[in-house]
Design a protein around this ligand. Structure first.
Ligand code: GDP
Ligand code: IMO
Ligand code: MG
Length: 433
């Protein structure tokens, strides 16, 4: 059975949650492999909205398993709340539906405090993080001093690890002008209790996934953030602290790369970015404001207004390359209804230089201006359209042009937030490469 990876092809918030929820009908298991509750994935089914931060976007489908892999950083309090909220709605009735890797690293209160204190110190040059402690937790992971889910399950071990880490964390916080208002004993008690709450889900997720594959189950990997936020391939240092690209689906879940059959990227029909960093096709004018208003471009996690801009074909072509995309799903095409002219960035100009591929140097990218191609818009509403041939001609031409410039095939077009508001051109679970 095919295993499919879905990742964000831009700067996050492309509509990954919606597409993963839609594709879950064809899969048996949905797997998150990186990021943490910096993610906010929105699912809308028959008008009812669900925002997920940690639990994979397959959870609305009873009987489909959801796995939080070793590559995810887990805030146990947020996960516990998410579990309770789903149970209260009559979902996740069987604890066996959720698998939490024993090796996933834990976001501790000091990670959040350090993240926030650092950002405050950085002032205008800040990254604009979500303040969820993501960066400091991945730093401790790589520095080989992090706490993992397995450490919450053994109170003696937890006590020892908290004792080791709390002092240095307080010192770092003091240097940053922040502090942590919690005592060691209280912290151990809280996290031991959270460990007990999460214990029914905690497993060797890699082994669990291996057995699922052996049993012929089909896996759907759900990326968080987006390609341009990848710590290696994004606009460093204005990135998140994990690898968001498709290659990390294997590392972040303990599944070998040979298990991956197809890779699908999600892109909006225009672009958005939250937080700092270069964004050559950004619109700081009335058109950008209109995109934000019509597209409802406010963060699902922090509520911050998202920066908005035109589709960037260089960025999308880059995402096709570094993820090895087999196809893209284009979301929010409906938002472009009523724009008389729609633009696509096809090159960058930087002083006397011009680029037709993403420059990798941040300082160069920061000075780049987008060079646009202009296409005619359409006035028809798209939310009721369910077939490609029923889209207005100009909408089809726009999507085709974007795909041609990026060198990728379009496998789906989304014309509304609801699960059903989608035109599927090719099902990645039934088509071989
Ligand atoms: P994710 O982080 O990639 O899962 O995306 P978010 O959930 O953060 O942001 C995408 C937003 O767009 C959410 O509010 C979705 O409900 C909404 N959305 C997704 N697809 C469409 C679409 O085709 N049209 C419209 N109008 N909204 C959409
Ligand atoms: P989903 O999965 C959009 C951005 C933050 C900031 C940078 C680093 O919903 O697409 P972090 O807290 O990760 O250290 O912040 O990354 N960012 C996102 N932007 N969507 C997300 O997730 C994001 N997660 C992090 O705004 O610029
Ligand atoms: Mg989001």
């Amino acid at each position: 059975m095919p295993n499919v990876v879905v990742i964000g092809a831009q700067w996050g918030d492309e509509g990954k949650g919606k597409v993963v929820d839609l594709l879950t009908q064809h899969a048996d298991v949905v797997v998150r492999f990186q990021g943490g509750n910096n993610a906010g994935h929105t699912l809308v089914v028959d008008g009812q909205k669900t925002v997920l931060h940690l639990i994979p976007s397959g959870i609305l489908h009873p009987g489909k398993a959801c796995v939080i892999g070793n590559g995810v950083v887990v805030d146990p309090e947020v996960l516990a709340h998410e579990i309770d909220a789903l149970k209260a709605r009559g979902l996740l009735q069987d604890d066996g539906q959720l698998v939490l890797s024993l090796d996933a690293h834990v976001i501790m209160p000091w990670h959040k405090a350090i993240d926030i204190a650092r950002e405050q110190r950085m002032g205008a040059g800040k990254i604009g993080t979500t303040g969820r402690g993501i960066g400091p937790t991945y730093e401790d992971k790589v520095a080989r001093r992090g706490l993992r889910i397995r450490d919450l399950l053994d109170e003696a071990r937890l006590t020892r690890k908290v004792k080791e880490r709390l002092g240095p964390a307080r010192e770092e916080l003091a240097r940053l002008g922040g502090k942590l208002d919690v005592e060691e004993a209280a912290l151990v008690k809280t996290f031991a209790a959270l460990g007990q709450k999460l214990a029914p889900f905690a497993r060797d997720a890699s082994l669990w996934l291996y057995r699922a594959i052996q049993a012929g189950k089909s896996l759907l990997f759900e990326g968080a953030q987006g390609t341009l936020l990848d710590v290696d391939h994004g606009t460093y240092p204005f990135v998140t602290s994990s690898n968001t690209v498709a290659g990390n689906a294997a590392t972040g879940s303990g599944v070998g790369p040979t298990a991956i059959d197809r890779v699908i990227g999600i892109t909006k029909a225009y672009s958005t970015r939250v937080g700092g960093g270069p964004y050559p096709s950004e619109l700081k004018d009335e058109t950008g404001e209109k995109l934000r208003r019509i597209g409802g471009e406010f963060g699902a996690t922090t509520g911050r207004p998202r920066r908005t801009g035109w589709m960037d074909a260089l960025a999308l072509r880059y995402a096709v390359r570094v993820n090895g995309l087999d196809g893209v799903a284009v979301t929010k095409l409906d938002v472009l209804t009523g724009f008389s002219e729609i633009k696509i960035a096809v090159a960058y100009r930087c002083g006397t230089q011009s680029f037709d591929e993403m420059p990798s140097d941040l300082e160069t990218l920061e000075r780049c201006e987008a060079v646009y191609e202009s296409l005619p818009g359409w006035t028809e509403k798209l939310d009721g359209v369910r077939r490609w041939e029923d889209l207005p001609k100009n909408a089809r031409s726009y999507v085709e042009r974007m795909a041609k410039l990026a060198g990728v095939k379009v496998v789906a077009v989304s014309v509304g937030a609801d699960r059903g508001e989608t035109i599927v051109l090719e099902n990645p679970f039934t088509v071989a490469r």
